[in-house]
Design a protein around this ligand. Structure first.
Ligand SMILES: O=C(O)CC[C@@H](O)C(=O)O
Ligand SMILES: [Zn+2]
Length: 537
């Protein structure tokens, strides 16, 4: 390491703060932490036409996506209903408006319901009794986990009964040989992580919202997060689910097997269904071993093209130890500085990258990282950087990426877009949006999961601004569809994005989703106004 450090000093693009000690010191205690052929938004080069060849699934024939849905004809809660809930959930049927307030509003404070009843079951049997009753009485239900969702899926729209999983927070079993954990849906992600770390394992997912989000909510929204590049999506790591159906039947698919090809994989229907098909009450999940060696580097790149080349290089040179490749742009950095007083750990650059390696041999991992950084520096892909060698610094570097969402909330009203694109296109959308909006927006920022081709495009304004929204949408969705992208990579559709589903799914697929919904929840009581578009209702 001394060699690379001295050589780096001779380079104009020297990486600062590389450990001058032996590669062994790199081992850190770890952060246990279609377009017809006219695409008006893209420069008309021939390869872009090739990428923009899919037909848009949307058009003037669709309902206005922005229109608020009317309240559907569900029953209203009566005194008899309240008496029933108080009987089956003594002290856990909450009607106090002060206590209900926070459950009626989403984390972004952008959607507010007017529910008058919050139910806090502790067991699957209680959830079953609640849903059986609500189904018979035609009462709408809003299942709620940690209420950290970003698309208005986790709060009522009108007076739906809120069914919280907060008290269903028991770990059921953990098999230390297979690494399979089973737990109730209301376990907070961070608590599960801490439990597993004591046993030399980790959760296969990690999110900025880990301190509040529930595993049931994570599964119901198929949350992605920071480790997806390494451990894949919940569709692969969730082995089994217990789900209560709309009529109260309990579907026990809580298997703890790696392999099970007996018929249709029903759990997949509930993963990412946002509580519209059933209420997830327990989860079994395959957990990876805790890596013995974790390194985090924070790098600066002059252009997005160089950032992409750095990504390619990291895949080739870090191989199996690469566990995260995340980015933020200089506008994100400005918001982190201004609103959260977080200091840029390196010199100012247009783009920043957080790379994490996780492995089992610190010497081996340190050498690989050393060679990668040397190559990235000498080929001028990165202009500055720092390496974390201790836990507190690793956390500090990660917070530069994890806290962008929080910084945005202090910048004004935020319009959020969670887009999947071919990775080489992701930043072009930010550039085009900036140009398109001009000075109508306060800030237009881009950050996200480069490794997953997932861009978080956020636009802020001093206050809610319908004219600005009309300039952003449907521009952003048409742009995305023109590149065969997805309008929701990992946040789901919830209330806010449901009517844009046709930009990413053909009408046949949406109609089939409607059939599945009608079969599992014929009265439509589960999380109404969410996920599926208005024209299916
Ligand atoms: O706030 C957002 O737009 C993204 C939130 C989250 O998915 C992240 O990756 O930080
Ligand atoms: Zn994300």
């Amino acid at each position: 390491m001394a060699g690379i450090f001295q050589r780096s000093l001779r380079l104009r693009t020297a990486l600062r703060h590389l450990s001058p000690q032996s590669p062994l010191s790199w081992a850190v205690t770890g952060r246990h932490t279609p377009l017809d052929l006219h695409c008006p938004f893209l420069p008309s080069t021939s390869w872009q036409f090739a990428a923009c060849s899919r037909k848009l699934h949307t058009g003037a024939d669709r309902p206005s996506p922005a229109a608020a849905p009317d309240r559907l004809p569900f029953s209203r809660i009566t005194q008899e209903d309240l008496a029933f809930f108080r009987k089956i959930l003594p002290g856990r049927a909450v009607t106090d408006p002060d206590l209900l307030e926070s459950s009626n509003v989403d984390w972004l404070k952008s959607v507010k319901g007017s529910s008058e009843l919050l139910l806090r079951p502790e067991t699957t049997e209680e959830v079953s009794q609640i849903l059986k009753y609500c189904n018979s009485r035609n009462l709408a239900v809003n299942p709620q986990g940690g209420n950290t969702g970003l698309v208005g899926g986790s709060v009522p729209v009108y007076d739906e009964i809120i069914l919280s999983t907060a008290l269903m927070n028991n770990i059921l079993t953990f098999d230390s040989i297979s690494g399979i954990l089973t737990c109730q849906a209301g376990c907070v992600l961070e608590n599960l992580s801490l439990y597993l770390e004591d046993r030399d394992y980790i959760m296969p997912l990690d999110l900025g919202a880990k301190g509040s989000c529930h595993i049931g909510g994570n599964v119901a929204t198929n949350a992605g997060g920071l480790r997806l590049l390494r451990y894949g999506s919940l569709r692969g790591t969730v082995l089994g689910l217990e789900v209560v159906l709309a009529d109260g039947r309990v579907l026990d698919c809580l298997v703890t097997l790696r392999k099970d090809n007996t018929g249709y994989d029903l759990k997949q229907l509930f993963i990412g269904s946002e509580g519209t098909l059933g209420v997830i009450t327990s989860v079994s999940i395959l957990c990876p071993r805790k890596p013995k060696s974790v390194n985090v580097v924070f790098l600066g790149c002059e252009t997005f093209e160089q950032l992409l080349k750095t990504f390619q290089l990291s895949r080739g040179m870090l191989g199996e130890i690469l566990s995260a490749f995340e980015f933020l742009d200089s506008e994100c950095m400005r918001l982190l500085n201004t609103h959260l007083k977080l200091r840029n750990p390196i010199s100012d650059c247009p783009f920043y990258v957080v790379i994490e390696t996780s492995g089992s041999d610190s010497t081996h991992d340190g050498e690989k990282l050393h060679h990668f950084l040397e190559e990235a520096m000498t080929s001028s892909l990165v202009t500055d950087g720092t390496v974390a060698t201790e836990d507190s610094k690793i956390k500090a570097l990660w917070s530069m990426r994890e806290r962008v969402t929080e910084a945005l909330t202090h910048d004004g009203f935020t319009y959020k877009y969670d887009i999947s694109l071919p990775v080489e296109r992701i930043y072009q959308l930010v550039t085009d949006m900036r140009e398109h909006l001009g000075d109508r927006a306060k800030s237009v920022v881009g950050y996200g999961h480069v490794g997953d081709g997932n861009l978080h495009l956020n636009v802020t304004s001093p206050a809610k601004d319908p004219a600005l929204l009309a300039a952003i949408e449907p521009f952003v969705y048409e742009w995305t569809a023109s590149c065969n992208g997805s309008i929701s990579a990992e946040h789901g559709l919830g209330l806010k994005k449901r009517n844009y589903i046709y930009y990413s799914k053909p009408s046949q697929a949406v109609a089939l989703m409607g059939n599945i919904k009608a079969m599992l929840d014929p009265k439509g009581i589960l999380n109404p106004y969410k996920t599926l578009p208005d024209d299916l209702k």
